[in-house]
Design a protein around this ligand. Structure first.
Ligand SMILES: Nc1nc2c(ncn2[C@@H]2O[C@H](COP(=O)(O)OP(=O)(O)OP(=O)(O)O)[C@@H](O)[C@H]2O)c(=O)[nH]1
Ligand SMILES: [Mg+2]
Length: 305
């Protein structure tokens, strides 16, 4: 069991243990959440997303140091979508981010494999652990592939999208999902050719939308734009804090529904295995006496009376 007093003090060992429990042990996770929940929901979550290799980890490494100097206490969760393929990506992130851990910043990779919703669930609860441990802001790095970028913006209070000129991120190739979610757009690797073109395009197409997001150039290589980015984040943290209650109300409602539905699903799954109506209609289905939809209707009606 994790020592709550150690967690509260922000001790690394306790945080690591708690997050491992959150990720792998459902009953253990429930126990921890019961104890810490009252003291969560207090930190600003910053989601940083964008195409693979855009420089997100490198940028976060520098940005957290700048944020620390601005008297905040950042922590980082890196969602790692490739770990189950190569096993090398976690190490890559750790190495790239190693500089910042010397400043009392907590960094951790979160495995992205698992059932739908499992990543969001462990992210949400890992954020809670870090809030309880006194970190603010909590930065989540995720590759903008598939649905993850959208999911990140559901968890984050501030969403940052990172593009760069060398991957052929012309405005035409940028996925619609990414153009809609950012509060801040970074054109990173601004030391490379094509930066101004991409910057203008992003500003014209996304920056001029009603949401009015901020568009900035950064270069980790030249160490430019990063302090400005950190300052903007800090200012935005203050303004997003004011609207946090409202966002959280909606999110908690969604989360609660999700958990209840999941509970039902698990319970029903168990029940169906031994349900007489289910086996009766399954037989009919196998004999082609009924179609699957009609059979499902009959079974559902018999269960929900
Ligand atoms: N020229 C240049 N290269 C950069 C800059 N920032 C990062 N890189 C390089 O880009 C490569 C990818 O950087 P990462 O920080 O791993 O990018 P990432 O977006 O975290 O990558 P994934 O997590 O794999 O999606 C590395 O080789 C970095 O050294 C920059 O500002 N300029
Ligand atoms: Mg990375």
């Amino acid at each position: 069991m994790v020592l709550l007093s150690d967690l509260k003090k922000g001790k690394r060992g306790a945080i690591a243990k708690a997050i491992t429990i959150i990720e792998n042990d459902k009953p253990g996770a429930k126990k921890i959440l019961k104890k810490i929940f009252r003291e969560t929901g207090t930190s600003i979550v910053i989601g940083i997303t964008g195409p693979a290799g855009g420089g997100k980890s490198s940028l976060i490494n520098k940005t957290v140091i700048a944020l620390r100097k601005l008297h905040t206490k950042p922590a980082v969760l890196a969602v790692d979508p490739t770990s189950h393929i190569t096993g090398g990506a976690i190490l890559g992130d750790r190495v790239r981010m190693s500089e910042s851990t010397d400043f009392g910043i907590y960094i951790r990779s979160i495995a992205s494999r698992g059932a739908t919703g499992a990543v969001s669930r462990s992210l949400r609860n890992s954020v809670r652990i870090l809030e309880y441990a006194g970190f603010n802001p909590i930065i989540i790095e995720s590759v903008g592939a598939g649905q993850t970028e959208v999911e990140i913006s559901k968890i984050a209070d501030i969403t940052v999208v990172v593009f760069n000129p060398n991957t052929g991120d012309s405005i035409q190739t940028i996925k619609a999902g990414l153009t809609e979610i950012g509060d801040i757009y970074l054109v990173n690797k601004s030391d490379l050719d094509g930066t101004n073109q991409l910057f203008d395009a992003v500003r014209d197409f996304i920056g001029s939308s009603e949401r009015n997001p901020i568009v900035l150039k950064t270069s980790v290589k030249r160490n430019s734009g990063i302090i400005q980015f950190a300052k903007i984040l800090k200012e935005m943290m203050a303004s997003k804090k004011k609207s946090k209650k409202e966002r959280d109300k909606e999110r908690l409602e969604t989360e609660l529904k999700e958990i209840v539905l999941n509970n039902f699903k698990e319970k029903m799954d168990e029940m169906l295995d031994s349900d007489k109506t289910f086996s009766k209609y399954l037989k009919k289905l196998l004999a082609k006496d009924i179609d699957p939809y009609a059979a499902a209707d009959k079974i559902s009606k018999s269960l929900i009376k």
